[in-house]
Design a protein around this ligand. Sequence first.
Ligand code: SF4
Ligand code: SF4
Length: 281
Amino acid sequence: MCDFCHKHGEGKKWYLQARNYSEDLLSDIRRRKFIIDFFSKPESLDESVTKLSKLDTAPGFVKRVMTRRISNKMKKIHFGQVVPIEDIELIFDFVNSIVRIACICRQISIGSEQRYCYGISMAPNGGEFGQIIRGINASYLTGPDTAGLESLSKEEALASFRDHEHDGLCHTVWTFVAPFIGGICNCDRTDCMAMRITVKHDVPVMFRAEYIAGVDPDLCNGCRACMLACQFGAISYSAAQEKAVIDLRRCYGCGVCRSACAKNAILLSDRSSMRVTANLW
Ligand code: SF4
Ligand code: SF4
C-alpha cells in the first residue's frame, strides 16, 4: 500500500474511499483557492516544469534533496496515482456524476483542446467542484471551441476510458489539496506535465499503481505490441526466449500493455505480493 492508503484510506486503497471525493472537503477556502489558481493559470504549470528541468543537470546531492522536498510538498497539494481500468470502474460505481473537461497539460504542450480529463463528484452534475470550474474564466475551459463540462453516464465514461487506453494513455487520479480527489486524467509521457516530471525528470508527483504487470510466457508469442504501448519503457524483448519481459522496477502497473496484447498474456497482480516491488512507489 502506498503512503496515501495509510494516511487517507485507513489501510485500504485511498482512491476507493468515497469520503475523499466528498463535497464537505470543498468548504475549505484554501482548497477552493488552489483549484481556481490551478485551472486559471496554466502558464504557471509550464513555468514549474521549466524550472524542474534545471534539476537534471544539478549535482546529485542537490537533486536528491530538492526531489524529496518537491515530492513531499506536492503530496500535500496536488499528487496523483496510476490506477488501472478495473479500479476506475469501481470509482465510477460510487460517484454520482462524471464530467469531461479540457486537459490543462495538452493546452500548454500542444496548444489545443484535448478532452482527456474527467471531474468526478459525489453530487449530481459535477457538484461544487463543477461549479468552481464553471466559474473560472480560462479560454480552454470556456472558449468557443470548448464543450464546457460534458456530463457523462458511467457507461459513456468507461467506454471513453477504454478508448483512451487503446490509444496508449494511462489513467491517473489527482488530489486538489489532499485528500480531496477531484479528477481522473489520461496521461502520456509526451504531453502530460505530471508524467514528464515523474518519468523524465525523475521527480515523483504521482505514485505507481497498487499493481504490477507480468507476462505469461506460455501465452506470449513475442509480437512486441506491448512494448510500443508502455509509457514507462518497462517492457523489453528477449531474443533468447522470443518473449516480452517486464522490468518490475520500471513498471507502474497501469495495465495499458494488456490492451495491446491480443493473446491476453499480461496480467496485473498486487504490487505488495512481490518483494522487489512492495516498497517501490
Ligand atoms: S503483446 Fe502480448 S503476445 Fe505480444 S509480446 Fe507483448 S505479451 Fe507477448
Ligand atoms: S509494463 Fe507496467 S508500466 Fe508498462 S504498460 Fe504494462 S503495466 Fe503499464
